[in-house]
Design a protein. Sequence first.
Length: 196
Amino acid sequence: MSESTPNFAPLGLLKALAHESRLKILGLTAQKPHSVQELAQGCGLTEPTVSHHLALLREEGLVTLRADGTTHWYSLNAQTLQSFAKALLSRDAVAGYAGAPTGPGYDARVIKGYLLPDGRLKSFPASRKKRRVFCAWFARMFDETRLYKEAEVNEVIARHHNDCETFRREMVGYRMMARTRKGIYRRLPETEWVEN
């Protein structure tokens, strides 16, 4: 990575900043350029340890290196820090940390991506997020006003996938369905459904 190219991967930059010694190194390099020896003395660390921290900071574009003969001078790259702070704290950037949006549009895309023309799932959704979409899809097939035997719940799920037990258990976990000790199920109102 070139010295002038900022890296705006939030996780990498936050990890680089989340260390007391690296913050101290940044503080010293913000005052004036420092050599590894000067930084080691200023931080009370060994030169190899400072070199390790500097390598991480350079990788994230937070410090620049200027060679002067055999001495290397390190300075804070204020442009990266300012750009990162601006990008990190913008509304769009913060919203993006949540990942792909969820909701009716997301649910419809997940269902469309998994359903075969005969209405069966082409595979078992590996992620809990996608399985929850199908748990909600299955739960909406049941009437809130009646009770169901476990065999009836299995029959509805089995029309679309063979793993009735997992979907049944997760629907109960998401409070989409309630199960009595006698193995009777009822659909709960959507206002009671939980995300996790």
